[in-house]
Design a binder for this molecule. Structure first.
Ligand code: PMP
Ligand code: GLN
Length: 393
């Protein structure tokens, strides 16, 4: 029935295909391989928080449309969280917006803040939805590549500065950074903040891994630097911090003007979602410090288990300072094509990983890197390490 002469999928989206996460999770299911691809924990978050969701559902809280900006309990909890952890003050009524995960927060921010033709500077490798959302908003992405240096992927601040033009509207940050695990330092963020003010740029900053930092690395929201609160949209999510990725509860904090702008787009994307879960996440955000400390300690042990295993299997490992992903270089294994490597890995070793190349415009810069998730049970990671060890045996 080839009656359509024009492609069905519009030009803005045609380049994107299926997200790598769906592709690789389907491959894991098909082959029975261990899925260290898509970043989701294989155990649920705190029982107490699950119960809070059940209670909300039973008590009829959130079973009908919650308010557009999110339930007041959650907006208050988000504001309290930003104050407690970072000393940032936000008004729950005008400066907090609940979204359908960070994914919708990213989409709504870009759709609200960009005019067609605006340029967006994004750290490369970039989380895949950034590129698609910039495209849907009619913007142009300008990637600035994080390059391996002394065991970590680092940002070249001169390169960043050189990419700013009169068309640049915003800088899209992600720290801690998926997939490299880089945590931007105070010094780096200070330079970015100065640049944003000098060139009058907005900053949208995706901080969904804010609590997953290791080895004394500190997560610093750029909104807390002088002059930045008024030009920054900060994005958070319950998915990573509380291990409930299926609940899709996220949020932004920003000035009333920025929040209102993002809300204008958000109201026509989903209007609202996740009613009962919003109450549960409000409770989660108020968990004592021990919860966050235990989460970090637990993930640190898994990071080291997987990183040591990968190094033992012959990979060059970039042990991450944050997130629950580890990026590894496959060149010591005799190949530099990460995409082909990941497609073959389930058959070769019974493990699924993500090729970082798909997060690059400069594909060659990302070609030899692959990403493994370590938010999995210890026994699963041990088995994955054992299997990966067979690559060189
Ligand atoms: N940003 C980054 C950097 C991510 O890794 C993810 C994946 N969870 C998201 C945003 C999406 O978050 P959510 O599941 O809350 O939509
Ligand atoms: N953020 C998760 C990751 O980076 C995946 C989320 C998704 O499947 N869209 O692996």
């Amino acid at each position: 029935m080839a009656v359509m002469t024009r492609p069905l999928l519009n030009r803005r989206l045609a380049a994107f295909g299926t997200t790598i996460f769906a592709e690789m999770s389907a491959l894991a299911l098909r082959t029975g391989a261990i899925n260290l691809g898509q970043g989701f924990p294989d155990t649920d978050g705190p029982e107490q928080i699950r119960e809070a969701a059940v209670r909300a559902l039973r008590d009829g809280r959130g079973n009908q449309y919650p308010p557009g900006p999110g339930v007041p309990e959650l907006r208050e909890a988000v504001a309290e969280h930003q104050l407690k952890h970072y000393g940032l003050t936000y008004d729950p009524d005008t400066e907090v917006l609940v979204t359908v995960g960070a994914t919708e927060a990213i989409a709504a921010s870009l759709l609200a803040l960009l005019e067609p033709g605006d340029e967006v500077i994004a750290l490369e490798p970039y989380y895949d939805s950034y590129a698609a959302c910039i495209a849907m908003a009619g913007g142009t992405r300008v990637p600035v590549t994080l390059r391996p240096h002394d065991g970590a992927f680092r940002l070249d601040l001169d390169e960043l500065r050189a990419e700013v033009t009169d068309r640049t509207r915003l800088i899209l940050l992600n720290t801690p950074h998926n997939p490299t695990g880089t945590v931007l330092s105070r010094a780096e963020l200070t330079v970015i903040a100065e640049l944003a003010q000098e060139r009058n740029l907005l900053v949208v900053t995706d901080e969904v891994y804010e609590h997953l930092v290791f080895d004394g690395a500190e997560h610093l929201p750029i909104a807390s630097l002088p002059g930045m609160r008024e030009r920054t949209v900060t994005i958070g999510s319950a998915g990573k911090t509380f291990s409930f990725t299926g609940w899709k509860v996220g949020w932004i904090t920003a000035t009333p003007e920025l929040t209102a702008a993002v809300r204008s787009a958000k109201q026509f994307l989903t209007y609202v979602a996740s009613g009962p879960f919003q109450y549960a996440v409000a409770e989660a955000l108020r968990l004592p410090d021990t919860y966050f400390d235990d989460l970090r300690a637990d993930l640190l042990a898994r990071r080291d288990l997987l990183s040591d295993g990968l190094a033992g299997a012959g990979f060059t490992v970039y042990r991450p300072a944050g997130t629950y992903f580890v990026t590894a270089d496959i060149r010591p294994l005799g190949t530099s094509d990460g995409i082909a490597f990941c497609r073959a890995l389930p058959e070769r070793a019974g493990v699924v990983a993500i090729p970082n190349a798909v997060f690059y415009d400069h594909r060659e810069a990302g070609a030899p890197f692959v990403r493994f998730a370590f938010c999995k049970r210890t026994a699963v990671l041990q088995e994955a390490v054992e299997r990966l060890g067979r690559l060189t045996r």
